[in-house]
Write a protein that binds this ligand. Structure first.
Ligand SMILES: N[C@@H](CCC(=O)N[C@@H](CS)C(=O)NCC(=O)O)C(=O)O
Length: 339
């Protein structure tokens, strides 16, 4: 286990396991632990009664958010961006993408998975559910057990007839009228945030693999990065790097046609970056205004997995996204430093 705050990373851009490579209950205590983290920030420790302080201390020692992830997975990076920005401490368990022993306990076989443990544990699956549930909890202080029940899992068949797990309402925050007014004084802000969070999951994320595995040399550089940052055995790492790079070079071509990307996949990446900047407009620093909202965090979390790779540098050079991206880095860095 390593501790939180780690920066960006790339893996499983395809969003699925490919052959080689790639081979609950938020107990009441967990809920309290999170509320108290928030409350501590708002009120200050000294306002809490001594008894409550003791209880809080005990719970904080036990209450833990544990994120099961591949460091370079865009969905995981999105969750880390959210946790870091909100100053929520968490432990990371890096999952070996070949054996996935670390998530043996789970019938849901993807990452990210977030566990909150205080005695018993609640398992949250799916990056967007994790983010919506935690944000709802931070705003409303409703019990997380209850919140999670509003995001039911559903088995569905995808376009290729494969059974997949989906979650209902995943971009919707479960807030009452007052809480909604507080978070979204302008009504359209809520719809806009949801629309762009969905755009991240349905479109932006699918641009990553075809771009970072675009050429054999980019595929090799990407796998070098994945192996360096991920959890692989020595031999596994060697194979993953060369065999994985070759496999993903070809798989990314399939993904390109599955998601109807242009022949020159960079064009789609550039357009996406510029569409995003255009949606923010000239008068806002972030889509959330002076502070990032959940859409800002999602876009940033996904794009940063390409940092250090040719696709990222090209995007910075050929689009207008850089100023927003730098503001996001500062906002998250600042939050991490002060919480
Ligand atoms: N909708 C899910 C997608 C998660 C996902 O596809 N994760 C990939 C890694 S990027 C995964 O775990 N794939 C299965 C595997 O690698 O075994 C989310 O938003 O969290």
């Amino acid at each position: 286990m390593s501790s939180s705050g780690a920066r960006s990373g790339v893996q499983g851009w395809a969003g699925k396991r490919s052959p080689l490579l790639l081979g609950a209950a938020f107990a009441l205590g967990g809920t309290l632990g999170l509320s108290q983290t928030l409350r501590r920030r708002v009120q200050g420790r000294e306002q809490l009664a001594e008894e409550e302080q003791q209880q809080q201390q005990q719970e904080e020692e036990a209450a833990e958010l544990t994120l099961y992830q591949y460091k370079t997975c865009p969905f995981c990076s999105k969750v880390r961006a959210f946790l870091d920005y909100h100053g929520l401490p968490y432990e990371i368990v890096e999952v070996n993408p070949v054996m996935r022993k670390e998530i043996k306990f789970s019938s849901y076989r993807k990452v990210p998975i977030l566990l909150v443990n205080v005695g018993s544990a609640l398992q949250l699956n799916d990056s967007s559910v994790i983010i919506s549930a935690l944000k709802t909890h931070l705003i409303s202080r409703k019990n997380l057990d209850e919140i999670v029940s509003y995001y039911p899992s559903m088995k569905a068949l995808n376009e290729r007839g494969k059974e997949v797990t989906e979650y209902g309402n995943k971009y919707w925050l479960m807030l009452d009228e007052q809480e909604t007014m507080r978070l979204y004084p302008i009504k359209a802000a809520r719809t806009e945030e949801m629309k762009w969070r969905k755009w991240v999951d349905d479109w932006l994320v699918h641009l990553i693999s075809p771009n970072v595995y675009r050429t054999p040399s980019e595929a090799l550089a990407s796998f070098d990065y994945i192996v360096r940052e991920g959890k692989f055995g020595t031999l596994e790492g060697f194979f993953a790097k060369y065999v994985g790079a070759a496999a993903m070079f070809f798989i990314s071509k399939r993904l390109k046609s599955r998601h109807h990307l242009q022949d020159n996949v960079r064009e789609d990446l550039y357009k996406a970056a510029d569409d995003w900047v255009k949606a923010i407009g000239k008068h806002r620093m972030f889509m959330g205004g002076t502070q990032p909202n959940l859409a800002d965090l999602a876009v940033y979390g996904v794009l940063r997995v390409m940092e250090g790779l040719e696709a990222f540098d090209d995007m910075m050079t050929h689009t207008k996204i850089q100023p927003w991206y730098r503001h996001m880095e500062a906002a998250i860095g600042h939050a991490g430093a002060t919480n």
